[in-house]
Write a protein that binds this ligand. Structure first.
Ligand code: GAF
Length: 378
């Protein structure tokens, strides 16, 4: 991918050799919809990236070509210069968020491409934001903006330019990702710890339902609003400060929908910590059990699953897979599966056949390796 991007860059912008940057998509072992509730998450960066060739152009214009979408965008750096292409808004947003923080950004020329599957819930958008945030910091700010702020720049880009009121998990994982390590992140304090992840005798595999996951215009923001209403009713800042007894105590004053959303969040918060403990002991059976519990909660209480993802979860159960659940925001995308090595081949074969028989296409199998996050390549 690197050579291809460089050669396309040379065609579009022949005058100068660019610097190369990359940032990663992410998986999340457990802890969904907890980030914007101040809870814990447990993600890791993966070996699927967005990669960009970038060089400052001395103008106040950004000129950028997307290899995968085969589109070119050109925009200025003022608020009114918002580009019309939705993919370019991620880059524009990153530039604007640097400016809002008093950091430097000038015009630049860029070409980018990626292998983070789009719409699969692996956070290609966070990879794009983090790649450009890392590059702008390196090229215009001598890397003076710290990594926490880089993650926040990506998150604010989603809020202010892309219409998704997301939490910090995806951008944090993309920026802070470390090879062979998952990250336990406390989304309230942003304290984090790396957990070496070498599941002996198990594999992590994603099965993409190919139901397009798209958080823009999805009910994602509605889920967040439900949680905020319950927190407000309880008089706490976020549901991080609530437990099931507190939620039960206001059951009569909130809608049934809000009740079930909040119930899921407080249960999920505890599951993340239980999984971290289990991992430290090498107890993968408990990890897997919690993954199934998360799936049930996301499907029944949080209602972010779909028929295809529930079916993939049922198939995993039927095969005796250790753990399986919807991953990411939901509304389509992948399941993440923790599978014993000895079961891997037969599970994949069985899942493909059964899913194909019901939906007329096979799920896409995505093997992932836990890898480094944002970085300069050259
Ligand atoms: C999406 C969001 F971007 C994250 O912030 C997080 O809320 C996730 O859905 C659900 O855990 O990926």
């Amino acid at each position: 991918m690197e050579e291809k991007i460089k050669s396309i860059f040379a065609e579009h912008f022949p005058y100068k050799t660019p610097e190369m940057y990359a940032s990663a998509g992410r998986i999340n072992l457990i802890g969904e919809h907890t980030d914007y509730n101040g809870g814990f998450v447990f993600p890791g960066a993966i070996d699927k990236v967005i990669m960009a060739a970038i060089v400052p152009n001395g103008l106040s214009q950004v000129r950028v070509y997307s290899v995968d979408i085969q589109e070119y965008a050109e925009f200025g750096l003022n608020e009114e210069d918002l580009p019309s292409q939705s993919w370019a808004r991620y880059i524009f947003g990153v530039c604007r968020e640097f400016q809002k923080r008093g950091a430097a950004v000038g015009g630049f020329d860029a070409v980018f491409a990626g292998d983070v599957p789009l719409g699969a819930g692996l956070s290609s958008s966070a990879a794009l934001e983090s790649c450009f945030a890392f590059a702008v910091n390196d090229l215009f700010n001598d890397n003076k903006v710290d990594k926490f702020e880089l993650a926040k720049i990506g998150q604010s880009t989603e809020h202010n330019y892309c219409g998704v009121n997301c939490g910090i998990m995806d951008q944090f994982a993309s920026i802070f990702g470390k090879k062979d390590n998952l990250i336990r992140l406390d989304c309230r304090s942003l304290e984090y710890a790396y957990f070496p992840f070498h599941p002996q005798g198990y594999k992590l595999v994603l099965l993409d339902s190919k139901v397009k996951h798209e958080l823009v215009d999805s009910p994602y923001n509605k889920r967040r609003a439900s949680c905020e209403r319950v927190a407000k009713r309880l008089g706490v800042e976020t549901l991080r400060d609530a437990d099931i007894d507190m939620i039960n105590s206001v059951k009569g004053d909130i809608t049934a929908e809000d009740y079930f959303r909040a119930k899921f969040v407080v249960e999920e918060k505890d599951r993340v910590l239980a999984v971290c403990d289990a991992l430290e002991k090498g107890d993968y059976e408990t990890v897997g059990k919690k993954m199934y519990e998360t799936h049930a909660g996301l499907s029944v209480d949080y209602e972010v699953s779909c028929e295809e993802l529930d079916y993939l979860n049922d198939i995993a159960k039927e095969c005796g897979v250790t753990g399986s659940r919807i991953m990411g925001g939901g509304f389509g995308g992948c399941t993440i599966n923790l599978v014993k090595d000895s079961l891997y081949e037969s599970f994949i074969k069985f899942a493909k056949e059964k899913f194909n028989a019901k939906y007329g296409h096979e799920p896409r199998v995505i093997d992932v390796v836990i890898s480094d996050g944002a970085r300069r390549l050259s």
